[in-house]
Write a protein that binds this ligand. Structure first.
Ligand SMILES: NC(=O)C1=CN([C@@H]2O[C@H](COP(=O)(O)OP(=O)(O)OC[C@H]3O[C@@H](n4cnc5c(N)ncnc54)[C@H](O)[C@@H]3O)[C@@H](O)[C@H]2O)C=CC1
Ligand SMILES: O=C(O)C1=N[C@H](C(=O)O)C[C@H](O)C1
Length: 270
């Protein structure tokens, strides 16, 4: 039987790609498309948003009303909206795939609470390449150890509203964990003025914003006499959308819990 998908943030940059990616998969059916209350897109046909012509699904702002017709909700919106949506999905027993970044600790706690009742995948980056890169970063950090300084550099389009990117933060967390550090204690966000010499135990983050960059991430391991860089560059949002849609098929079969894309790809070690 077809898996019925609802997309929250359907009119956004990711939402439009998610509509297209859902419609690529025969086993999935786009059953609902949601936008924020007051959006000019309410009532528009979701197929038009993806440039595919009418498909008979009109954009709505009422998630609780459509939840009984859904198997999985994919949410790429804003942190506050994602928290409200995960609570509604937990209430209705509908699984979720969440791509929203920029959540604070309290907002993440709401996701954990909801995941006691429903399966939730939350990943800062749904590309297969970035997910594999996380494993490579852990291996590199363990091998290079504390002798190498770690800096994370990311670039995104001019419209992005959170910084550093969720992916950069996740990369920093993975490296910190592999080095036995806690990112909350060792992160340095940008530098300016009389900074003093670099503290070897820090992990630095640099953010570039501009133009139409889809998403670039580089982690540098800088030693004395050599420098190693691990980079990923996304050239199309469809790579994120296809990963999220793949996660939607996967999450439906899972027990309640909080998962990420490494779980979806079976890359979780231990
Ligand atoms: N995990 C991943 O692979 C990726 C994550 N993202 C993240 O996804 C989020 C969205 O990114 P974009 O699509 O570029 O942003 P966007 O601003 O183009 O789209 C967000 C959409 O959500 C809608 N929205 C806001 N509140 C809503 C609500 N209560 N109900 C339904 N819709 C609501 C907005 O009206 C907008 O159309 C960001 O946090 C971004 O960082 C983006 C790309 C990949
Ligand atoms: O906002 C974006 O565009 C992206 N956001 C995600 C992030 O914050 O890491 C993933 C991707 O890089 C694109």
């Amino acid at each position: 039987m077809a898996i019925r998908i609802g997309i929250c943030g359907a009119g956004g940059r990711m939402g439009r790609n998610l509509i297209a990616a859902t419609r690529e998969q025969e086993e999935l059916v786009l059953a609902a498309a949601l936008e924020r209350p007051g959006s000019s897109l309410i009532g528009v046909d979701a197929g038009e948003l993806a440039g595919e012509g009418a498909i008979g699904v009109t954009v709505t702002d009422d998630l609780p009303a459509v939840l009984p017709q859904l198997d999985v909700v994919i949410d790429f919106t804003l942190p506050d909206a994602t928290v409200a949506n995960v609570q509604a999905c937990a209430e209705a027993g509908v699984a979720m795939v969440i791509g929203t970044t920029g959540l604070d600790d309290e907002q993440k706690r709401h996701l954990r609470d909801a995941s006691a009742r429903i399966p939730v995948v939350h990943a800062a980056n749904y590309s297969v390449g970035v997910t594999l890169t996380l494993s490579l970063l852990a291996t590199a950090a363990r091998a290079l150890g504390d002798d190498y300084d770690v800096e994370v550099v990311e670039a995104h389009h001019r419209y992005k509203i959170d910084a550093p990117s969720g992916t950069a933060l996740r990369m920093g967390e993975v490296v910190a964990e592999a080095l036995g550090r806690d990112l909350r204690d060792c992160a340095v966000y940008g530098r300016e003025g009389q900074t003093g010499q670099r503290d070897s135990k820090t992990i630095g983050f640099e953010t570039i914003r501009g133009g139409d960059v889809v998403g670039d991430h580089t982690v540098m391991f800088l030693g004395l006499g050599e420098r190693m860089e691990i980079s990923h560059r996304a050239s199309s949002r469809m790579t994120f959308a296809r990963g999220a849609v793949r996660s939607a098929t996967w999450v439906r079969e899972q027990a309640p819990g909080l998962y990420d894309m490494e779980d979806v790809l079976g890359l979780r070690s231990g």
